[in-house]
Write a protein that binds this ligand. Sequence first.
Ligand code: ATP
Ligand code: MG
Length: 392
Amino acid sequence: MENVVVIRYGEIMLKGKNKRFFEDKLVSQIRHALSDLGKLRVYKAHSRIYIDVENYNVNDITDRAKRVFGVVSLSVAKRFEVDMDKIKEIALDELKDRISENNNIKTFKVESKRGDKSFPMQSLEISREVGGYLLENIENISVDVHNPDVSIQVEVRDKAFVFSNKINGFGGLPLGTNGKALLLLSGGIDSPVAGWLVGKRGVDIEAIHFHSYPFTSDRAKEKVIDLAKILSSYCGKFKLYSINLLPIQKEINEKCPEEEMTILSRRFMMKIAERVGVANNCDALVTGESIGQVASQTVKSLYVTNESVEMPVFRPLIAMDKVDIIDLAHKIGTYETSILPFEDCCTVFLPKHPVTQPKLDKIVKSESKLDVEELINAAIEDMEVEIITIED
Ligand code: ATP
Ligand code: MG
């Protein structure tokens, strides 16, 4: 008998002729996620992926594998030669183990699946027989088919599988199946969530951050790196580009109306991101914008911001409420870092009354007072690049 992690994937199954490609990508992403542990055996069989636990720590395996996009759920199972007596015995061990972990367990049920139709018993019969055996051998326990404390799962395929746990993954599609996008990553709550959501659709992510050093501190920059590392635990190794926006902000401050500071800075960020994105094979930009959240995110502001670039801009949070974004930030583990109180570049020249209903022609006119090309080139010339991985 051996321990094995069983991985289920959902949407990939719908891919028809491309299914193989997605499955292979998922296997290689799981292997990659486990690579720091050692060379584990990860393989596909009957629309599942299996990881042999061998002598590795099973929690280390599940902690990593559950973060891989495309994984819907996983279970740690015992696998052995198909034999009804053995199934009963292992199921009994499994239930005893669960009871010894938690003595509040009073009810159970057995659910069975028969993948091998040549096996003489039907699933319902298997469940009944195993259930009966468990009742005979454990005291003070009863069957509850609707709301059991433990559900013992039996699967009969080329081998028999017994397990009683299920860890949820995040679903989505494996990375590397959908091109690459550049995330505008601030130190806030929204943009890490936006990047994560696009990554979850199989898109490789790179990130660009704008700071106003020395007005923004080194700690503010480290916070962004910390957020990038959390993202990297899902999205793999990626590049983080850092741009100093201060010279541009100073120019805007000097030559343009005060209330247009924010919207003009936003347009510069987008243009610079587009330039960097094109140079690095990205086909879209990603932002954490959400309708109405702040002055720079009214529909008119979003329009004026959007008009600054030609590249598609993905805004996965566009119609989400802040509370729901915060929930997601908790779920993926970025929230606590996002709320650390460090200044952001946008707060450096924050206008008292930013325009909330900007007109494109007026903003473009203000912009024309600046040497946009020259400013963008200079900013990109000073750009710093860091490789983000979780390891260090
Ligand atoms: P967040 O919580 O992501 O910071 P926000 O609510 O503070 O968002 P804004 O400051 O208007 O909203 O920014 C909107 C989006 O613009 C952000 O989600 C992010 O994608 C991008 N952005 C804003 N500031 C920066 C920055 N300093 N560097 C990179 N991208 C930024
Ligand atoms: Mg922000």
